[in-house]
Design a protein. Sequence first.
Length: 106
Amino acid sequence: MKHEEMPNKRLCEFLKSNVDSFDPYFSTRVMARVRTAAADQEAWITNLWKTFRRVAVTAALAACILVAHNISTQWQYRSDSNAMEMILGIPPATFATTIQYVGLWL
């Protein structure tokens, strides 16, 4: 038991001996740095959020334009395909098209 207490006592003595070695207003300087770091992190997150919103809006507009283009170019084939096939611009899901696409991957 005495062997297990030995490192703890050494650590406590070391910490007690070094308490007086800190300069005056040390805690004030440390807290000022912590506040600065937190403010920098908040600014970084705010800028990241602004950038994400711009990219998300641009991507949504591009998706809407792509859907409109697919619908307008395939409007004459609307009786042959359902709405999702027309919006995504893919051929009808039939056995022949499935075999054709599977054959391309093999």
